[in-house]
Design a protein around this ligand. Sequence first.
Ligand SMILES: [Zn+2]
Length: 224
Amino acid sequence: MPVLGRWPNPLELLFPSLCVLCTAPLDGVKAVCTSCLETLLPTGLGSWLDKAAVREGLDKAWSAFWYDGTMQSLIHLLKYNGHRRVGKRISEAAFHQLEGEVPWGHFDVLVPVPLHRTTRRERGYNQSAVLARTLGELSGLPMNERLVLRHRWTRSQTGLSVQERRANVEGSFRAAGPGAGRRVLLVDDVLTTGATASACAQALKAVGFSEVVVLTVATPIKEK
Ligand SMILES: [Zn+2]
């Protein structure tokens, strides 16, 4: 997979009707062809919070697909190559994968895990908000991008141990209250140890949200 910085692949701009993964004609769908999407492997984990290394503040966790090579390429395109439409496609797939499992009507609001404002400015958007917006359109739940703020910049969690990940993000989020007992479905691209989602959830609980469940498009938990 060629990596061309955070700008869209020029080939994709010239030929927007080709799949970003296999370059097959898209035939009416956006960004990723149906055959490529069908190769994504559902986790079938159900609610898997008990397997997450860091869980404080979280009540449940759902992850639609395994973070395999294909998913890794798609998330990379979404985060670093400006392909927002890839985000829309993978969150649609995640919604349909988890549709019968997640009690959407139980929640009051969808909240994307925020980026620090510096990262958001550099990237131009928050990839988790792209995912949450699509999940909101499909589920009918409102999405609120301003309920949680990442007030401290933190280094990437990649390559850190569980303890280092926990320490890296601890206290880096602040939530806007009052939560008034509302129930949050927190949305992120990948759940690895749970450290980031947990720090976010603790900030939400601190201002009175009663329940915080995290939903991610993918998890690599199987490989650990
Ligand atoms: Zn394809």
